[in-house]
Design a protein around this ligand. Sequence first.
Ligand SMILES: *Cc1c(COP(=O)(O)O)cnc(C)c1O
Length: 400
Amino acid sequence: MLTDYQLPNSQGFFGEYGGQYLPETLIAPIHELTKVYYQAIADPEFQATLSELLHHYCGRPTPLDKASNWTKHLGGAQIYLKREDLLHTGAHKINNAIGQALLAKRLGKKRIIAETGAGQHGVATATACAKLDLDCVIYMGAVDMKRQALNVARMRLLGAEVRPVTVGQATLKEAVNEALRDWVASVETTHYILGSALGPHPFPMIVRDFHRVIGVEARQQCIERTGRLPDTLVACVGGGSNAMGLFHAFIDDPDVAMIGVEAGGHGIKPEQHAARFQGGQLGILQGSKTWLLANKDGQIEKTHSISAGLDYAAVGPEHAYLKDINRAVYHYVTDDEVLDAFQEIADQEGILPALESAHAIAYVKKLAPTMSPDQTIIINLSGRGDKDVEQVVEALNMKL
Ligand SMILES: *Cc1c(COP(=O)(O)O)cnc(C)c1O
């Protein structure tokens, strides 16, 4: 079985996935980024600064919370929640934003750009930039800006400039394109804080590594609480950063099953979902070779999910690799199942999860009863649901 998992390779590939499909101008700077990143993580002073920020500023370690009521209700495996929703800014994203902001300082770059879909990565980046005194420009699709007006206000209050992107679907994919365009013109002074385990090497590796702490903590906490490793890990997969963060520390433990849950939207029909492993194909998007949703002519397909954070046409390359080697499996749940799970976990555990995280919950709602009470599941509760309350109320036709 797998031991000593060490990927990506020096070319940035996980098997055949990943790589660096980039314009010429970015090749040298991205090699510089890779070099400085390796120096940084080997430097005890960098690690100490990062640990201190993660602990005192972000709120790590996050609890591993036993969902006792819900476990009893479902009557199967013991369910634990890794509470990333309790981190500063309300989701796992701050782990990566603060890590990369520190990296930018080491690179001597004072200006940060980032893309955002739902606005969570934009808020985390704007927060890290305020804390570490960096200039911050966030690219966001105009449609997303309307849907997530509260997060736009948060970013602006944190001192970031939010630039609307109006081309195409005016959502996340277009925002990434604009950020890349900015970077080509500004790379001397600017670091691009990419928000998921996506894009050209070294980003899938860097983002994974900064989130790896999730699984490292969960592993130790699970052993403390139950005396052994968990049987199954479950996490939602947009680009794949929270899932890689949980999975990575367990890859060399073949008895720990890893399940990624994608957005099934209205079902697996063209433009109605974002389950890349269901209706997808191999292709290249935004610097990386991976599974993505495209039509017969190779045009990137529109996607749909009730959760903006999972609404993206490509999946991170490391997930494509883990699927190929059968180390992880990928399922999907529909919007309706997600709404149902959202209400159930609120009712049973007093937690409003992010709609993204509710995908993992919806899958476990089906999985846990098929497992036995001496088995353990850990769900990555990637974020809190405050940002989604208005949307859920509308979807349920609830009166406030
Ligand atoms: C952004 C986001 C996601 C999806 O991104 P990944 O990179 O797949 O983790 C999931 N959950 C929350 C709460 C998010 O904000």
